[in-house]
Design a protein around this ligand. Structure first.
Ligand code: HEC
Length: 101
């Protein structure tokens, strides 16, 4: 197997593993506590905060990782919110927001 094949496989597992363990109800509880103040009860956002409802698990997980490692934006409030989360919490939130339309 080539190095790039291995890297692609590893990337798949990073996305798939948390999705399997995800708990939508826990994600909703966490979202209500930590995210709804800015992004709204149903994730639809407002003039100052982007809508995040209906994001796929992949897109959501990638965004949160990028806030955590500083490669997305330097928006301090959002970086702070993301840094409080562990991988399981991100998976739960991703599963929850993906259910919102
Ligand atoms: C204090 C307000 C605030 C809180 C709390 C907050 N966010 Fe955000 N969030 C923002 C702002 C402002 C942006 C846009 C920042 C930027 O330009 O990257 C954003 C961006 C995002 C994005 C990327 C949206 C896009 O269109 O690029 C995601 C995903 C996200 N937030 C998820 C969350 C989650 C999940 C939580 C709860 C754990 C949370 N946010 C808590 C204000 C907040």
């Amino acid at each position: 197997m080539s190095k790039s094949t291995l890297a692609a496989l590893a990337a798949c597992f990073l996305f798939i593993a948390p999705a399997q363990a995800a708990d939508v109800a826990a994600g909703k509880a966490l979202a209500d506590d930590e995210c709804a103040d800015c992004h709204g009860e149903d994730g639809t956002g407002d003039d100052d905060n982007p809508a995040i409802n209906g994001w796929t698990v992949e897109k959501f997980t990638k965004a949160m990782k990028e806030y955590q490692d500083g490669t997305r934006t330097k928006n301090s409030k959002m970086v702070k919110a993301a840094k409080k989360l562990d991988a399981a919490q991100i998976a739960d939130l991703a599963a929850y927001y993906a259910t919102l339309k």
